[in-house]
Design a protein around this ligand. Structure first.
Ligand code: SAM
Length: 243
């Protein structure tokens, strides 16, 4: 896992360079990001996100943060008049593409997983959907998530993971051959989608991700596979009593 922070695609890069390259990926794909997600996953990412939103179980008065929230898919599923929902993302372009000109009940704020513009222990629930594999330093990000969560607060992390063995050859062939072509045709940036695929390939599997969370002192850690493990939702709590 530590290696993820030093790679971009198949290249070894220094962490600051990786950060800049990841930013440039999302800057370039922002206007086609939602369309590409629908095409690449046949719309199934929407079902995964609905399941994530259901697990959030929002309550009146809560502060819910959607970290790496991008165009705000998840934030829109959990927003409501009786709670505050904030998207935090370093890409102004992604947030602009999602915000459009519509008024919504979502607040948008620039920030990274490694450094969020929030005081300690203020967040009831933090979601991160297809964002954690983009962060440059996952341990720092998990420590930062811990910092902003209230005691008893929960992290819900939806991410691509390792599918069941019989599915893997088909999944890898699809990722390797189909997605970069779609990226070229639709998003006009095949290299950006090459990075996305490579970052999925290098990301820890379900059990390793669970161990990373436990190593950062999260408790009650469990996960739920979606679509035979193509995606996975990890749920983890900051210990303490929810106030
Ligand atoms: C694959 S998109 C996911 C967007 C959205 N959450 C979704 O599920 O559709 C990844 C997002 O992570 C953001 N990102 C990249 N590096 C980040 C970092 N260090 N901290 C937080 N977000 C980051 C990108 O700007 C991008 O919006």
């Amino acid at each position: 896992m530590a290696n993820l922070s030093k790679t971009f695609g198949e290249r070894e890069v220094a962490p600051p360079e990786r950060e800049a390259l990841v930013r440039s990926v999302f800057r370039r794909v922002a206007d086609r990001y939602d369309l590409m997600n629908d095409l690449m996953s046949f719309g199934i990412h929407r079902l995964w996100k609905r399941s994530l939103a259901w697990a959030v179980d929002p309550r009146p008065g809560q502060l819910i943060v959607d970290l790496a929230g991008g165009t705000g898919d998840v934030a829109r599923l959990v927003m409501g008049a009786d709670r505050r929902v904030v998207v935090i993302d370093p890409s102004v372009e992604m947030m602009q593409a999602g915000r459009g000109s519509r008024k919504s009940l979502v607040d948008w704020s620039a920030g990274t997983a490694e450094s969020m513009p929030l005081p300690d222990a203020c967040v009831d629930t933090l979601t991160i959907s297809f964002g954690i594999r983009n962060v440059t330093d996952i341990d720092t990000a998990l420590a930062e998530i811990w910092r902003v969560l209230k005691p008893g607060g929960r992290l819900l992390c939806l991410e691509f993971s390792t599918p069941a063995a019989p599915l893997r050859p088909f999944y890898e062939a699809y990722n390797r051959h189909v997605i970069p072509r779609l990226g070229a045709m639709v998003a006009r940036h095949p290299d950006a989608y090459h990075y996305l695929i490579e970052s999925i390939r290098r990301f820890p599997d379900q059990e390793e991700m669970k161990r990373l969370l436990e190593a950062q002192r999260f408790t009650d850690v469990y996960y739920r596979n979606y679509s035979f493990g193509i995606a996975c939702l990890h749920v983890a709590s900051r210990p303490g009593n929810a106030g």
